[in-house]
Write a protein that binds this ligand. Structure first.
Ligand code: C2E
Ligand code: CA
Ligand code: CA
Length: 708
C-alpha cells in the first residue's frame, strides 16, 4: 500500500473487503506514513457504493460536495477520489481499491493512476480472495469443533449413563452397547456385536409380547415397557426399557436405540411394600386384610372341590395382663413364639394370619373332621410348654373358636362372626379350651346384639332403675343397709336380668355410663329412705371391674355423686368381685386405696366362687366379705357347704372383716349362718330387692322402730 501511495502520489490508499451488500472492512489502509488497523464502515452514501455499480469511479475534486453524507471523507479533508472494484475469479465483487487525495487530482494524472491501480488490483484481488477463504476455513474449523464437542458429549453420555444403551442396525443386529449395559448383562460389546438383543432376554416374555413391541415400533416409532433379562451368569434382572426407531433419510429404519434401566431396587422396594401391606410385621404371618383376600379365593376352590373348611380363631388368654406386667417387649416376643408354635401345627396349604393383638386365625380345608379335631388338640397342646425367655418363664393358654364352611356359613365375613361367637363361648368357659360354633350361639349372639343396642338407648334415656334389698344385722336386729340392684325392663325385650345386661355393658364400652347412672340413682334413693329413718342406714353398690378399667383419666365420679346426694362415704360400701384383682392387681390396688382414702367401705362379693385367694383378702383393703349364695343355698343339706361357710366366716373374723351371708331364703339357713357367727344376712327370707316406697313399707311392717 505504501508503495502504491508513493507511486500514485495519494494521501491515503486502502483495500477493503466487502462483508455484505452494505458494509465493508479495510484490510489494508495506508496514509500519513501509517498502516491503520481494520475499519468497518457503511457503504451507504459513499463513493464506494457507486463504485460497486460502475466498477470504477473517479472524482477529481470536491468529492465531499458530491458525497456530503460520507463523514469519513470530510474528516480526512479529501478532495479527490479514485476507486475500482476487486473481483474474484468468478467475477464476483469482493472488494474495493481506493486512493484519496487531499488536493484535487490533476486530470493528466488520472490515466497513470488508473494503470497502476489495474496492475495492483490483480494482486489485491488474490489477496482478498485468500483472506476470504481463510475466513471461510476458520468458520468451518469452528463448526467442526462444535460438532466434535457434541460428539464428545454424546460419547460421554453413553459412557457415564447409568442406563444400559443398545444400538442396533435396521436388521436389529447389535452395533453398539455402552459400559453400563456391559456391566448389567455381563456381556462385552465384542460378545454382543452382530447379535439379536434377544440374547439378553430371560425368555419370560412370550411371542405376543414381542409382537406388540414390534408393532409399536413400526407404527409409533417407539416402545416402552418392562423386561425380565438374564445376565451372562444366568441371573434374572428386571429392566424398564425404551426403544426408539431412528429413521434414515428415506424414512426407512437406520437403527434402533434401546435404553435399559435396571429396576431391581424399585422391584425390591415394590415387593417390600406389597409384603408389608399384606403381612404382620411382628410375626410374618398374613395380616387380617390379606387373610380375608386369600380366604375369599380359597373358599371358592374348596367349594369347587366339594370339601369343607374349618375357620379357627385363637385368642391368647390373659395376654393383656402379661403385656402390662412384663412390658411390651416381652409381649411382642411372646407373640412371636406363639406364632411359631402355631405355624408348627399347621400344614403348608393352610392359611394362617395374625388378625391383630393376640388374635390369630387359621383356615384349613378338610374332608375328615378328625383332622380338624387333631389340629385343635395340637394347638391347645402347643401352649402347654412354658415360653422361655432369658431369665423368665411364662405360661399362657389360648381359647379357640371354630366355624365350619359351608355348614355354618358360606362367606368369609359370616365365618368370622361364627368362630368369634364360638371363641367367646370358649372364653366364657374359662379359656384354655375350644368351642365349635352352634346355631344356639348365633341366637345368643343375636340376643347379645339386640340387648346391646337397646341398652345403649336405655342408658341414654335414664331408664335403668334401682331396687333395694335389705341387709339385716343379726345382733342388732335392724336393717343395717341395703344393696342396690339394677333393674331394666325394655319395651320389647321385657325385663332383662342384670347379670345379662351388666355383662353386655362390660363388653361394649357401656359399663361406665351405666355404673354412674346406677350409683347416682341408688344414692338419691338412699337419701330418700334415710329421710324417713331415725338412724341412717348404709348402701352397698355393685361395681364391675371393667368400670375401673374404663375410668376416663382415672376420674372416679363416686365421691362427687355421694356429695351431691348428701350421703357420707362411710355409709357407702362398694361391692367388688375377685375378678378385678385378677385382671389388673396394680390398678385394682390403686383404685381401691383411693376409694378407701375417700372414706368408702369395700365389700368382697361372691366370695368362694372365684379363686377365693387368701392373698386378696390380706393384700386388699376389704371391710366386708360376702359369702356367695350358692353355698348358703345348700347349707342345710350339704355338709361340705356348711364346712366351707364356717371356714370362710372364721377367716373373715380373724382378718377383722365384717361378714354378710347372701341368698338366705329359709329360717333353717338363717339359723345356721347365725350359729356360725355371721354378722349380717340378706335374702328372700327377708325381702327381695324392692323400690324405695316398698322398702319403706317393709321397714314399717317388720322394723318399725327404725322409722322416725
Ligand atoms: P350379686 O351382686 O351377687 O347380687 C345378688 C343377687 O342375688 C341379686 O340378683 C339378688 O336379687 C339375688 N338374691 C338376693 N337374695 C336372694 C335369694 O335369697 N335367693 C336368690 N336365689 N337370689 C337372691 P340380681 O339382682 O339378679 O343380680 C344379679 C347380679 O347382677 C348381681 O349379683 C350382680 O353381680 C349384678 N348386678 C346387679 N346389679 C348391679 C349393679 O348395679 N352393678 C353391677 N356392677 N352389677 C350388678
Ligand atoms: Ca352384690
Ligand atoms: Ca353376690
Amino acid at each position: 500500500m505504501k508503495k502504491l501511495s508513493q507511486l500514485i502520489n495519494a494521501d491515503y490508499t486502502f483495500v477493503a473487503r466487502i462483508l455484505d451488500p452494505s458494509t465493508a472492512e479495510t484490510v489494508s489502509f495506508w496514509g500519513n506514513e501509517t498502516l491503520y488497523p481494520p475499519i468497518q464502515y457503511s457503504l451507504k452514501g459513499t463513493p464506494c457504493e457507486d463504485l460497486r455499480c460502475s466498477g470504477e469511479s473517479c472524482v477529481l475534486h470536491n468529492v465531499t460536495n458530491e458525497y456530503p453524507a460520507d463523514q469519513f471523507l470530510i474528516d480526512l479533508s479529501v478532495e479527490g477520489y479514485i476507486g475500482i472494484t476487486l473481483s474474484d475469479e468468478q467475477g464476483e465483487v469482493i472488494g474495493i481499491l481506493s486512493a484519496l487525495y487531499c488536493s484535487p487530482i490533476p486530470q493528466d494524472q488520472v490515466e497513470l493512476i488508473t494503470r497502476y491501480f489495474m496492475s495492483f488490483a490483480n494482486r489485491a484481488s488474490r489477496e482478498l480472495e485468500r483472506i476470504k477463504y481463510e475466513h471461510l476455513l476458520k468458520h468451518q474449523i469452528k463448526d467442526l469443533q462444535v460438532t466434535n464437542d457434541r460428539l464428545q458429549i454424546a460419547q460421554q453420555v453413553y459412557d457415564f449413563s447409568k442406563d444400559g444403551i443398545i444400538v442396533t442396525n435396521a436388521e436389529n443386529e447389535i452395533v453398539y452397547v455402552n459400559a453400563s449395559l456391559e456391566a448389567m448383562s455381563g456381556y462385552s460389546l465384542t460378545e454382543l456385536e452382530g447379535r439379536d438383543p434377544r440374547v439378553l432376554s430371560s425368555g419370560q416374555q412370550d411371542r405376543l409380547f414381542y409382537k406388540g413391541l414390534w408393532n409399536d415400533l413400526a407404527y409409533k416409532g417407539y416402545w416402552q415397557g418392562e423386561f425380565w433379562n438374564r445376565s451372562k451368569d444366568g441371573e434374572l434382572y428386571p429392566v424398564f426399557t425404551c426403544i426408539s426407531k431412528i429413521p434414515d433419510e428415506q424414512g426407512g429404519v437406520k437403527s434402533y436405540v434401546a435404553i435399559h434401566r435396571d429396576i431391581t431396587s424399585e422391584k425390591e422396594a415394590q415387593a417390600l411394600i406389597a409384603y408389608q401391606a399384606t403381612h404382620d410385621s411382628l410375626t410374618g404371618m398374613l395380616n387380617r386384610y390379606e387373610f380375608n383376600e386369600q380366604l375369599d379365593r380359597e373358599l371358592f376352590k374348596v367349594k369347587a372341590r366339594k370339601n369343607q373348611g374349618a375357620f379357627i380363631t385363637l385368642d391368647v388368654d390373659d395376654f393383656k395382663s402379661i403385656n402390662d406386667t412384663q412390658g411390651h417387649g416381652i409381649g411382642d416376643m411372646l407373640l412371636q413364639m406363639i406364632a411359631k408354635r402355631i405355624k408348627d401345627c399347621v400344614q403348608d396349604s393352610d392359611i394362617i394370619a395374625r388378625l391383630g393383638g393376640d388374635e390369630f386365625a387359621i383356615f384349613t380345608e378338610f374332608t375328615d373332621m378328625h383332622t380338624v379335631e387333631q389340629l385343635i388338640n395340637d394347638l391347645l397342646a402347643a401352649f402347654k410348654p412354658a415360653f422361655e425367655f432369658e431369665a423368665l418363664r411364662l405360661r399362657c393358654n389360648t381359647s379357640i373358636g371354630v366355624s365350619i364352611f359351608p355348614q355354618d356359613a358360606v362367606d368369609c365375613h359370616e365365618l368370622f362372626k361364627c368362630s368369634d361367637q364360638a371363641l367367646y363361648q370358649a372364653k366364657n368357659a374359662g379359656g384354655a379350651t375350644y368351642a365349635f360354633f352352634t346355631p344356639e350361639l348365633r341366637v345368643a349372639a343375636e340376643r347379645h346384639q339386640e340387648v346391646r343396642l337397646r341398652l345403649a338407648d336405655a342408658i341414654e334415656q335414664g331408664q335403668i332403675e334401682v331396687k333395694y334389698q335389705p341387709i339385716v344385722n343379726l345382733a342388732s336386729g335392724r336393717v343395717a343397709r341395703v344393696e342396690a340392684l339394677a333393674r331394666w325392663t325394655d319395651d320389647t325385650l321385657g325385663p332383662v336380668r342384670p347379670d345379662e345386661f351388666i355383662e353386655i355393658a362390660e363388653h361394649s364400652g357401656l359399663i361406665q355410663p351405666l355404673g354412674c347412672q346406677i350409683a347416682e340413682k341408688a344414692l338419691n334413693g338412699l337419701a330418700r329412705i334415710n329421710r324417713h329413718l331415725n338412724r341412717p342406714i348404709g348402701i352397698s353398690i355393685n361395681r364391675s371391674p371393667q368400670e375401673f378399667v374404663e375410668l376416663v383419666d382415672e376420674y372416679d365420679a363416686l365421691p362427687d355423686l355421694a356429695k351431691n346426694a348428701g350421703v357420707p362415704p362411710e355409709l357407702i360400701s362398694i361391692e367388688l368381685t375377685e375378678s378385678l384383682m385378677m385382671k389388673d392387681p396394680v390398678l385394682a390396688k390403686k383404685q381401691l386405696n383411693q376409694l378407701k382414702e375417700a372414706g368408702f367401705k369395700l365389700s368382697l362379693d361372691d366370695f368362694g366362687t372365684g379363686y377365693s385367694s387368701l392373698a386378696y383378702l390380706k393384700n386388699f383393703p376389704f371391710d366386708v366379705l360376702k359369702v356367695d349364695r350358692s353355698f348358703i343355698n345348700d347349707i342345710t343339706e350339704d355338709k361340705d357347704d356348711y364346712v366351707l361357710v364356717k371356714t370362710i366366716l372364721e377367716m373373715a373374723k380373724n382378718l377383722g372383716m365384717h361378714s354378710v351371708a347372701e341368698g338366705v331364703e329359709t329360717a333353717g339357713q338363717l339359723a345356721l349362718v347365725e350359729q356360725l357367727g355371721c354378722e349380717c344376712v340378706q335374702g328372700y327370707y327377708y325381702s327381695p330387692a324392692v323400690s324405695v316406697d316398698e322398702l319403706l313399707e317393709y321397714i314399717a311392717e317388720h322394723f318399725p322402730s327404725q322409722l322416725k
